[in-house]
Design a protein around this ligand. Structure first.
Ligand SMILES: Cc1cc2nc3c(=O)[nH]c(=O)nc-3n(C[C@H](O)[C@H](O)[C@H](O)COP(=O)(O)OP(=O)(O)OC[C@H]3O[C@@H](n4cnc5c(N)ncnc54)[C@H](O)[C@@H]3O)c2cc1C
Length: 479
């Protein structure tokens, strides 16, 4: 798609020509996110204010151009990929933390603020922003809201939706609205709730008011090794049954644990079948008992504690290792396809074994991690994209895993969204009436289908989707 006459000048007028990118060599930077999907935008714009976003949305609406909001591009389902070409609207110039109100415990931020930056500021006031995707150093609060991102701490604090109090949004017709607010009560439909997790298909978020919570008096992180994923998962149940209220429960399978140990040296024994990382947030008075109960739960579940960190620096070393798991796996395969699904906790060991089996059948090594608390499961398929047909095998294996998860009572996504990668599988989980209702909502917000076309809905149900651009989306699977 080449841009209609006049569009480039209008965009340059709207945001300043220094903030409009059309050089094909540079556009390649925006071709992908963290997934395997790809699609070149025709133009990238970097607005700095809500008014500039409004102007850009207005131009897209007048010319019927696809417009895809983009934060850090760390998404893992192709959400920020311009699969139909058009405008990539990058929010990272909108990265001001506008206010932190410690007495009312909220922050007002622009969408391009990195999750880690908000936390660094909030911590100076004794508070923190709880949703903690492993990508938190780079991913933006806007991207988190659009994906309803989760993280290790979801078990205790919930996902992004439980922390967004309000948001300013520019709709497809260019109007600006404030949704939600400090009061939990909503009059009529809860449009804020609809916006959170809508993956950029209903509007461009330009400001977000987030809840902040007090830093715990004591934070402790414990890494324990087990013979098997089932034993580590059993320990999770044991910890919870003892009334411990953990802030995080993360499990790495044997392959991931070995790769992480080789790179980060957290003290995990060779040949461990799984590693469980438990984080405890508690009051000073309860900390001793919580630590003792956790240690005892590890013992009775057949595990052994390999590291106990009560100082922030030591704990960060363990979390760096967990967050660095994908990089650590690069020795097995230079490319990765990280899947995301969620299932009841009791099903997780079986699903991990099944994922490994599917991988073996397709000759694709698989390494898994899961947020044991909320059942978000991430089998990571490792491959070498230079090998012929490697990607085909990986896509087939990934799809088989997702369908197995749905068959086991799970869902297609735990936290990364449907994006472009799983849109054609949506009907495996939702009936035609449900999908029709969702498409109806999309059309009510965006009748011309300009906002993030090609995402969430199976083709061709969304109807309003513009024609795909030939040749730029060879890995995207939705048509
Ligand atoms: C190593 C790694 C670890 C990860 N760990 C986790 C994890 O633990 N938990 C988790 O949930 N995710 C995780 N992710 C996935 C990803 O980081 C999250 O989905 C994150 O929320 C995406 O934020 P982003 O700023 O990168 O958004 P992008 O990737 O840029 O965009 C994601 C989606 O949000 C939309 N969007 C972005 N900004 C806006 C806006 N202002 N208005 C409207 N729509 C918008 C885009 O159109 C797109 O659909 C991980 C990713 C990586 C690479």
């Amino acid at each position: 798609m080449s841009l209609p006459p006049g569009v480039l000048h209008a965009l340059q007028d709207a945001v300043g020509s220094a903030h409009v990118v059309t050089d094909p060599a540079l556009l390649a930077v925006w071709e992908r996110d963290g997934s395997i999907a790809r699609g070149l935008p025709d133009v990238v714009v970097l607005p700095a204010t809500t008014a500039e976003v409004q102007a850009v949305v207005g131009i897209a609406a007048r010319h019927g151009l696809p417009l895809v909001a983009r934060g850090a591009g760390s998404g893992l389902s192709g959400g920020a990929v311009t699969v139909c070409g058009g405008i990539s609207l990058q929010t990272t110039r909108m990265r001001r933390i506008l206010r932190i109100d410690p007495s009312r415990r909220w922050a007002l931020v622009e969408p391009g603020v990195a999750n880690g930056d908000l936390n660094a500021q909030a911590e100076r006031q004794g508070l923190f922003y709880a949703p903690d995707p492993s990508s938190r150093r780079t991913c933006t609060i806007g991207g988190n809201a659009a994906e309803n991102a989760g993280g290790a701490r979801s078990i205790r604090y919930g996902v992004t939706g439980q922390h967004v109090l309000g948001a300013e949004v520019v709709l497809a017709d260019g109007t600006v609205h404030w949704l939600g607010g400090e009061s939990a009560e909503r009059s009529g439909f809860d449009l804020l709730d609809l916006l959170i997790g809508s993956e950029g298909t209903l509007g461009v978020i330009t400001r977000i008011q987030t809840r902040l919570v007090p830093l715990p008096e004591v934070s402790a992180t414990i890494a324990s090794a087990f013979d098997s994923v089932a034993a580590a998962n059993g320990c999770v149940s044991e910890v919870l049954a003892r009334g411990v209220d953990p802030a995080a429960l993360e499990v790495m399978d044997a392959t991931t644990a070995a790769a992480v140990e080789a790179r980060f040296r957290i003290g995990c024994p060779a040949g461990a079948g799984a590693v469980l990382i438990t984080e405890l947030h508690s009051s000073l008075s309860a900390a001793g008992e919580q630590l003792a109960e956790t240690a005892s739960a590890v013992r009775v579940s057949g595990g052994a504690e390999v590291a106990v960190a009560t100082e922030p620096g030591e704990a960060e070393r363990i979390w760096e290792a967990r967050r660095g798991a994908i990089a650590a796996l690069a020795g097995i395969g230079p490319n990765f396809y990280l899947h995301d699904m969620a299932a009841p906790r009791s099903q997780l060991p079986e699903l991990i074994a099944l994922a490994a089996e599917i991988g073996r059948d397709c000759a694709v090594p698989v390494a898994s991690v899961f947020h044991a608390g909320d059942g978000s499961l991430h089998p990571t398929l490792l491959y070498d994209a230079r090998e012929r047909r490697a990607l085909e095998a990986v896509v087939a294996a990934g799809e088989a895993m997702l369908l197995a998860c749905v068959a086991a009572g799970g869902t297609l996504t735990g936290e990364h969204g449907i994006g472009v990668e799983k849109s054609d599988l949506l009907s495996a989980l939702n009936g035609p009436n449900e999908i029709r209702s969702m498409v109806g909502v999309k059309r009510a917000f965006d009748p011309a289908g300009i906002l993030n076309p090609g995402k969430i809905f199976p083709s061709p149900a969304a109807g309003a989707r513009p024609e795909p651009r030939a040749g730029t989306t060879q890995d995207a699977q939705w048509w």
